[in-house]
Design a protein around this ligand. Structure first.
Ligand SMILES: [Zn+2]
Length: 212
């Protein structure tokens, strides 16, 4: 089974991807992984990607699709793959859907207020890079005991912009897969553990009719 996981910033996509890959032995693939591999190969496409990343620009669509197609056509990526937020635009998602067999698209549906609350509580360890959410009383890293700090871009203003980009770019992708009856919408306002449980229920029971 091949799964595409979609969610807004703060939806828990990264953490849930890791937990799902581990539980179901899925090959977890993100756009960043692909780009790093291509750059490491030193190809012409890799150079263009590196340039775009350094300038903070989105990768050109044609390059993104070529790199995706190259990777996903390999034998080891034919099954048991978890794609982490692939395709930034509707056109890219449609192309992906043409050349690759996706069985389910899981959309982590979280309210704006809940996303914002999570983002504002997010802290990163200045020493080891561990990322967590905190209440005010706790500012010590559970991994190494160093001080936790806020990331500079985890503020309401920046988040609002990122959320608007998400609505504009990603929601058309969600609607596209919904119309094709490939979408599983998960109410992901609750805890990570609860959301993980809900997704496992969907994946573990393939024959179950998709809840919409
Ligand atoms: Zn730490």
């Amino acid at each position: 089974m091949n799964i595409l996981l979609i969610g807004a910033p703060g939806s828990g996509k990264g953490t849930l991807s890791q937990k799902l890959s581990k539980k179901y032995n899925l090959k977890h693939l993100s756009t960043g992984d692909l780009f790093r591999a291509e750059i490491a190969e030193g190809t012409e496409r890799g150079k263009i990607l590196q340039d775009a990343m350094q300038k903070g620009l989105l990768a050109p669509s044609d390059i993104l699709l070529e790199v995706m197609q190259k990777q996903l056509s390999q034998a080891e990526y034919q099954d048991n793959v978890l794609l982490d937020g692939f395709g930034k635009t509707l056109d890219e998602a449609k192309e992906l859907d043409k050349f690759y067999n996706i069985d389910k698209v899981i959309f982590l549906d979280v309210d704006y207020s809940q996303l914002l609350e999570r983002i504002l509580k997010r802290r990163i360890c200045g020493e080891c890079g561990f990322v967590t959410t905190v209440d005010e009383s706790n500012d010590i890293c559970e991994k190494c005991g160093s001080k936790l700090i806020s990331r500079i871009d985890d503020n309401e203003e920046t988040f609002k912009k990122r959320y608007e980009v998400f609505l504009k770019q990603t929601m058309p992708i969600v609607n596209y897969f919904d119309q094709k009856n490939m979408l599983v919408r998960i109410d992901a306002n609750g805890s990570i553990e609860n959301n993980f449980y809900k997704i496992c229920n969907e994946i573990g029971n393939k024959s179950k009719e998709i809840e919409r």
